[in-house]
Design a protein around this ligand. Structure first.
Ligand SMILES: *[C@@H]1O[C@H](CO)[C@@H](O)[C@H](O)[C@H]1NC(C)=O
Ligand SMILES: *[C@@H]1O[C@H](CO)[C@@H](O)[C@H](O)[C@H]1NC(C)=O
Ligand SMILES: *[C@@H]1O[C@H](CO)[C@@H](O)[C@H](O)[C@H]1NC(C)=O
Ligand SMILES: *[C@@H]1O[C@H](CO)[C@@H](O)[C@H](O)[C@H]1NC(C)=O
Ligand SMILES: *[C@@H]1O[C@H](CO)[C@@H](O)[C@H](O)[C@H]1NC(C)=O
Ligand SMILES: *[C@@H]1O[C@H](CO)[C@@H](O)[C@H](O)[C@H]1NC(C)=O
Ligand SMILES: *[C@@H]1O[C@H](CO)[C@@H](O)[C@H](O)[C@H]1NC(C)=O
Ligand SMILES: *[C@@H]1O[C@H](CO)[C@@H](O)[C@H](O)[C@H]1NC(C)=O
Ligand SMILES: *[C@@H]1O[C@H](CO)[C@@H](O)[C@H](O)[C@H]1NC(C)=O
Length: 815
């Protein structure tokens, strides 16, 4: 332990010495795209611009190649132009890969190796240079590849360590997961070598299929010849190919090739894709990279990333540089997915933006999209417009969406949370909120026939019984009839955010009442006398858990520790038909998923002290798993029990221990930057309760963090007095907001848009700051059982107080 006074002295000196130079740094140097490229992080480590459709990287055949490249070994099968980042499910995209040879043995075209499985080659580990906007790698056979991208177009540069006599580039009509359907096609222009074509593939975690078109052009020494290949044979006499999937379930290898005369310099291959047509792909390529100038494209991509990261400025004096890297790499990954496919959607005609690769909202509603609301508000507004327009044309908001297909829902209708979070934070920018409201109400009222893909299931029971029964009778729609507990909890929160939006939009009092009422449905699965035994048979000592409940009202039973991180009994916990009543997590962890009514939950759990003890048990016994998103909120829920200091400690318990800056540094799938946002927002010291205008305050991991709101150009900052880079002193002693004492342990979004200043004084012991009932975040129910406090006010009063005291803060306005 470092005594506070020592820390003050050390930091005072350090601050004056280096603060100057640190106000002026290039954030890109702290981004390492390889973090999460091994150990199941599944991040996309390659070249992309923010939200770009083109994502170029080397694809490997590792078991964990969902993002194309993986640094846990495997051989490189090709270099392809589209990917997703951090996803589970099957490998995503990886379409139309290139491969290159310095020449074919004996100058015989048939002695170059065409099929993916036969041509793959290992890579040289220390050859990899991954940076925002570019990626370079060398293979053990002497082929080196560098790649960079614009929005729809990738530019690859290939060089060989050995002299190239008649270098060849092939283009393969395949994708990463070998999902190509029947009748892909390619045409090669004899004069220019331009290759155009199309193929149909499957989404990686959803239903349906998608048709993608490409246009590839090449630049090298003089063109020698070109043609097509099918399986392992090629010919320059044939320029057009239509190829079957073949009958053995494996897509038959096929594609095009181009050979060049001998000469100096790299071979350049440019490829653009389009969901509309090959012609549109060609026009993207010509407009975006008409000059084949690799350095220009790379610099433009870097500049875009620099601009996107520019709202944030850190003073990281004295801080471990790895934490700075962790922070910026996390922020970076929030802007790789979703992808902006505006102008690329063949499914409907519309002038609205179209975003894809929402993968999935169950993951990204929690902190990824809230992070973007702070630093890239315009992009979030466009995402929301896209979600609403998808509702207009598809009939429901998506819960997950990739490659123009519906993705699988994991629990609730979480687009509701995304929309309401943006609304309560004032995101407007051309959003039709009445239409948005209509969309979320449809989720709550109308059951889709395919609720495995959108909306919610079991709505008749939901409305009549007030919970999702285990073994429900649901003949109106179809989905996996599991997860009755986690669906009940998520639907409850979805209904809360609808009530919240109805209240804020105004003129919808009946709806406010209805959805606020349903938002209490979670209580119907609470079984007050349910105990929980450890796997060794000992009693955890805690009583009162959610339990499955039948249609007739009788409780069933699920071990509260089933599907916990510590459950090694082989439980089935995902979307399988035999799955549990909780999705990818235990009843223990879901016990805390009542984001809108922690006060009532605290009472059910026997008051704040028991609530805190139990939350400690959840974390300390490894029941929760920080590598999956339901854990995020649990780190900060101590705030509701008047112990904000314990949230800070818990955050430091996980970061950096479970989040290092190595390729294997993520504890689970990054899920489109969900993990990255958890790290970044925790380190900022302001973590959201998404769907509400609430950020929990803990001390940032840096002496100061400043964020300029792109919505207003005002700069908000959090400064730590007595900053301790060893993080022994992470206890908030007191706080000022714009110079005035501030005792609430949470703050609202006007902090960012009004450019306010929080000054947090830390020390090495827990203080009384933020512990009183009036300091706690809003909750639907009343806080009771807190020492020396009058019964707490309900949420609507508290939010009104907030409005009176904090200018710009909206009213929750519940009855
Ligand atoms: C690269 O590193 C991986 C993981 O450490 C290892 O399995 C592989 O053998 C290495 N490959 C080479 C070519 O060094
Ligand atoms: C990569 O290919 C080489 C042969 O080129 C093979 O020896 C090696 O086992 C492969 N590695 C993996 C991980 O498949
Ligand atoms: C593929 O092409 C063949 C031959 O032109 C045609 O008979 C078949 O219906 C096509 N299949 C699909 C799925 O379009
Ligand atoms: C537990 O509570 C349920 C109702 O919630 C009741 O039916 C049951 O009898 C209780 N069991 C015990 C052992 O008290
Ligand atoms: C309710 O339904 C369950 C499941 O079918 C059954 O096991 C239980 O006995 C029923 N309870 C009553 C009171 O009928
Ligand atoms: C929890 O996991 C950590 C490693 O991640 C281990 O050090 C610790 O002993 C575990 N605790 C319990 C109670 O199992
Ligand atoms: C913020 O500043 C930029 C650059 O000066 C300007 O283009 C933009 O319009 C400003 N935005 C607002 C909301 O004032
Ligand atoms: C904040 O706490 C520090 C350390 O305990 C103390 O020196 C300072 O006077 C306090 N400031 C206010 C405004 O209470
Ligand atoms: C309530 O007071 C008791 C006795 O002073 C103390 O041990 C406990 O920590 C307090 N609880 C809360 C929630 O403040």
């Amino acid at each position: 332990m470092v005594r506070v006074l020592d820390v003050v002295a050390i930091v005072a000196v350090a601050t004056t010495a280096t603060a100057q130079q640190q106000s002026d740094y290039d954030p890109l140097q702290y981004v390492d795209p390889l973090i999460g490229s091994a150990n199941g992080g599944n991040v996309f480590a390659g070249a992309s611009i923010p939200y770009g459709m083109a994502k170029a990287v080397a694809d490997v055949d590792s078991q964990s190649n969902q993002g194309g490249f993986s640094s846990d070994g495997g051989n490189v099968t090709g270099f392809s132009t589209m990917h997703d980042s951090g996803t589970g499910g099957s490998p995503s995209l990886g379409t139309f890969a290139f491969f290159a040879y310095p020449g074919c043995d004996g100058d015989d075209i048939n002695r170059c190796v065409f099929p993916k499985n036969a041509r793959k080659v290992g890579y040289v580990n220390d050859s990899i240079k991954a940076k925002p906007g570019s990626f370079e790698i060398s293979l053990v056979n002497g082929l080196s590849a560098a790649m960079t991208t614009t929005h729809h177009t990738s530019l690859f540069s290939f060089t060989f360590s050995e002299p190239s006599t008649s270098p060849l580039i092939l283009l393969d009509l395949t994708d990463l997961q070998n999902s190509r359907q029947d009748n892909a096609s390619i045409s090669v222009d004899a004069d220019t070598g331009r290759m155009t074509g199309s193929a149909r593939f499957l989404p990686s975690f959803g239903s349906g299929n998608y048709l993608l078109h490409f246009c590839a052009d090449f630049k090298g020494p003089s063109i020698r010849d070109n043609g097509i290949f099918a399986n392992s044979r090629a010919s320059a006499d044939v320029k057009d190919l239509q190829i079957s999937r073949s009958i053995n379930g494996y897509p038959l290898p096929g594609g095009g090739f181009i050979r060049f005369g001998s000469g100096e310099g790299p071979l350049l291959a440019r490829i653009a894709t389009s969901f509309i047509s090959p012609e549109q792909a060609c026009s993207h390529a010509e407009e975006e990279i008409g000059d084949f100038d690799f350095d220009r494209v790379k610099k433009a991509a870097e500049d875009m990333w620099r601009e996107k990261l520019s709202p944030i400025k850190l003073d990281f004096t004295g801080v471990d540089p790895d934490l700075v890297k962790n922070f910026y790499s996390g922020v970076y990954r929030t802007m790789v997915n979703p992808q902006d496919y505006t102008g690329e959607n063949p499914l409907w005609k519309s002038d609205e933006p179209y975003f894809d690769s929402f993968y999935c909202l169950w993951d990204s509603f929690r902190s990824q999209i809230p992070m973007l609301t702070i630093i890239d508000t315009t992009a979030v507004a466009r995402m929301i417009r896209s979600l609403i327009e998808t509702y207009v044309h598809v009939g429901w908001l998506p819960d997950c969406r990739m490659t123009l297909c519906k993705g699988f829902t994991q629990g609730g209708s979480n687009a509701d949370n995304v929309l309401v979070d943006a609304y309560v934070k004032g995101v407007s920018d051309g959003i039709d909120w009445d239409l948005g409201y209509q969309a979320v109400v449809k989720d709550a009222e109308v059951e889709p026939y395919d609720w495995s893909n959108q909306g919610r299931g079991g709505l008749d029971s939901w409305k009549s019984l007030g919970y999702i029964p285990v073994q429900d009778f649901d003949y109106k729609g179809f989905g996996t009839m599991t997860r009755s507990i986690s669906r009940t909890l998520e639907y409850s929160y979805n209904d809360f955010v609808i009530a919240h939006l109805a209240s804020r939009l105004g003129g919808r009092e009946a709806d406010v009442q209805k959805y606020l009422g349903r938002s209490g449905n979670w209580q119907n699965l609470y079984k007050a006398n349910q105990t929980s035994m450890n796997f060794d048979g000992s009693d955890t000592g805690y009583t009162g858990f959610f339990q499955p409940r039948y249609l007739n009202g009788t409780f069933g039973f699920q071990d509260p520790l089933k599907c916990a991180n510590t459950d090694s009994s082989g439980s089935v916990c995902s979307l399988q038909n035999s799955g549990a009543e909780t999705f990818e997590s235990s009843i223990w962890e879901y016990s805390y998923f009542v984001p809108h009514d922690q006060a009532t939950l605290i009472s059910l759990f026997g008051g704040p002290e028991n609530f805190v003890k139990r939350l400690d048990y959840l974390h300390d016994q490894n029941i929760t798993y920080i590598g999956n998103e339901p854990s995020f909120l649990t780190v900060f829920q101590y705030h509701y029990a008047g112990r904000p200091a314990k949230s800070a400690l818990r955050s430091h318990f996980y970061i950096p221990r479970f989040f290092s800056t190595t390729p294997a540094g993520l504890p689970g799938n990054d899920d489109s930057g969900a993990m990255g946002s958890f790290v970044a927002m925790s380190m900022m010291g302001l973590f959201p309760n998404p769907g509400q205008d609430v950020y929990f305050i803990i001390p940032p991991y840096f002496p100061s963090v400043s964020i300029t709101s792109p919505a207003t150009n005002k700069t908000a900052s959090v400064r730590v007095t007595n900053f301790d880079p060893t993080y022994a002193a992470v206890y908030i002693q007191n706080v000022t907001l714009d110079g005035q004492p501030y005792t609430r342990n949470w703050i609202d979004h006007s902090f960012f848009t009004d450019g306010k200043e929080l000054v947090i004084t830390v020390g090495s012991t827990e203080s009384a700051w933020g512990t009183r009932v009036e300091d706690l975040p809003p909750s639907v129910g009343e806080y009771v059982g807190f020492n020396g406090s009058a019964p707490a006010k309900r949420m609507e009063r508290r939010m009104e107080d907030g409005r009176e005291e904090a200018a710009g803060m909206g009213r929750m306005g519940l009855p």
